[in-house]
Design a protein around this ligand. Sequence first.
Ligand SMILES: [Zn+2]
Length: 269
Amino acid sequence: MTYLDKAPYGSGNTPRDEEETVRHTPAMESALLAFMSVQEGPVGARAATRHLRECGFDLSESTVSRLLNDLDERALTQSLGRKGRILTEEGSRVAANQQLDSRRASSFAEALALRDVHDLIDHLVGRRGIEREAARAAALRARPEELTRLRAMVETTGEARWRERLAFHKLVGQASHNKQIQAISTTLFDERLDMLERLLIMIGIKQDALLRWDQEHRDIVASISDRDADGAERLMVVHLDGMIRETEHFANSGNAHVIHTLLAENDLA
Ligand SMILES: [Zn+2]
């Protein structure tokens, strides 16, 4: 069955509606480019349709033809008449980049799927490696307005402290102005991981460590403000070491199941 068969075509539908209903998606486009990039010769609309259906896309040959025309217009494919189409040099480049992107995305997704205490500890150890460099770079490169925001953050009280605890590490990563660190920390602090920060805060509360962690945030900001790179790096390591230690203690005092349940409930596993 094709997508066209399933589409709710009534007598009132205009050709414009049809256009809208069967529009191709970026995922189809990526799958088609990937398919064409591994073919020896030209690919026709029929073979392309067969392949896309095997990939699970429910579409008609006319949708695929429109997609191919669209790729022609963008100079990603080139028509060889009745034989079909081949990728242009630009098309091959785009296909290769998309495959790299999707491999990267799935390896990050796998890394961020935390299942148990060991995964959580490994995550914190990885953060310690990145964040010590982030704190060092932030001390050297943070802009005045970022220093102002960091100082305001660690001075917040009451309800707003919660938001600050979630946002602090993210902002230090951005203030590093090191593209590599920014890219990794953006992924580490993906909003899907807000729940993880909440879990760590819960551990901090149970372990009676939260006030100490808040003070460590203030100390790190003071070092960054003083442009003391060594100090900022050292204090960030102390901070992450503390979080790792408290997480281990919490898990070892019979609470590993609490962590497992929370990780599973929040779909991080
Ligand atoms: Zn912290």
